[in-house]
Design a protein around this ligand. Structure first.
Ligand SMILES: *[C@@H]1O[C@H](CO)[C@@H](O)[C@H](O)[C@H]1NC(C)=O
Ligand SMILES: *[C@@H]1O[C@H](CO)[C@@H](O)[C@H](O)[C@H]1NC(C)=O
Ligand SMILES: *[C@@H]1O[C@H](CO)[C@@H](O)[C@H](O)[C@H]1NC(C)=O
Ligand SMILES: *[C@@H]1O[C@H](CO)[C@@H](O)[C@H](O)[C@H]1NC(C)=O
Length: 292
């Protein structure tokens, strides 16, 4: 009898997986790209080692990230970022336990890759180039670049999901990504008025510029806001969380918008930035194919 029950539950599990419509499968595998990126950036940044050392079977044999390093962090920030890293391992595991997914894509997490983002945000090259791994504040600014994009992607996916399995998974992932974004924004907000050495620009202004860049690359209107609002009258108000302030709901982005941002090219057909060979999964690959 025990065997029967076991095989029945295996059957049920297998059929639950098989029942996911193709559109849910595609929407669930897409964020694996960003989860890989976050996992490697946070694990290496805090501990100097990534998936290859901590959970090699989650890489699927994909190439190791380029240029990622241990960051020079204080004990508090190191502790928080290491926890984020382990949360991302869980997310990769969660997605891969629901859909087949794909192997870790090639990612460029070099200092130069982040420096490019900051240069683009300022519209000119900074001297010396921004180094995400130099200290707490630089690493927090670099981190501001990522989980929020994942968050908007999850919000954007929710109305398109069909099954309870997919909705439950995305709801759970979204909860943690927005928690991470809130922690990062709070740590940055505490230092919002500080001027970043040696550029002399405040932390708040840098977040505003990164958010403006993402709005520009995403090319779908206002979906991103820095730490400080400056209204038309010049009045400055805090903006600890980013949302549309009519209903205070999070902004959502489509996979296309997410790709334009993480490729840093503004085009879902043109890979680059953090994903030099493009992101993987049905949705991302279809644009790369159509570009050829
Ligand atoms: C991956 O490895 C861990 C232990 O390192 C193991 O618990 C887990 O079952 C493995 N997962 C797969 C999918 O092989
Ligand atoms: C995408 O994922 C599939 C499945 O893991 C793999 O065979 C393929 O090489 C990947 N493509 C790229 C460009 O990473
Ligand atoms: C990583 O990005 C930097 C900055 O764009 C670039 O110089 C370098 O060639 C890239 N490396 C790879 C392997 O794509
Ligand atoms: C904010 O939400 C309201 C209500 O849904 C909508 O009318 C408005 O266009 C939104 N504004 C932005 C900037 O997204």
């Amino acid at each position: 009898m025990v065997t029967t029950c076991m095989s029945m539950s295996i059957l049920l599990l297998a059929s639950a997986k098989a029942k996911l419509p193709k559109s849910d499968m595609d929407l669930l595998e897409f964020p694996l790209n960003l989860e890989y990126l976050e996992a490697e950036f946070f694990l290496y940044g805090s501990m100097g080692r990534g998936l290859d050392h901590i959970q090699p079977n989650l890489t699927g044999g994909g190439p190791p990230p380029v240029g990622v390093r241990t960051a020079n962090l204080s004990p508090l920030v190191r502790d928080i970022i290491a926890q984020f890293g382990y949360q991302e391992i869980g997310h990769i595991r969660a997605i891969k336990s629901t859909v087949p997914g794909f192997a870790r894509p090639l990612m460029n997490l070099s200092a130069a890759s982040f420096a490019n983002v900051i240069n683009n945000a300022f519209g000119r090259p900074l001297h010396p180039p921004f180094d995400p791994y130099a200290n707490d504040i630089n690493y927090l600014i670099a981190s501001y670049v990522i989980p929020y994009v994942g968050l908007t992607g999850y919000v954007g996916a929710t109305p398109l999901l069909q099954t309870p399995t997919a909705k439950r998974l995305v709801g759970g992932l979204l909860g943690i990504e927005s928690g991470q974004d809130a922690v990062l924004r709070t740590l940055l907000y505490q230092r919002a008025k500080e001027r970043l050495i040696p550029y002399g620009v405040t932390v708040a202004e840098i977040t505003n510029r990164i958010s403006e860049l993402r709005n520009k690359l995403g090319d779908a209107g206002l979906k991103d806001e820095g730490l400080i609002n400056i209204d038309v009258g010049g009045e400055i108000t805090g903006n600890i969380l980013a949302a549309n302030d009519t209903y205070w709901l999070s902004y959502g982005r489509t996979p296309e918008e997410v790709l334009r941002i993480v490729y840093q090219t503004g085009k879902e057909q043109h890979p680059g930035g953090f994903f030099p060979c493009g992101a993987n999964g049905t949705i991302a690959r279809q644009y790369l194919k159509s570009a050829k």
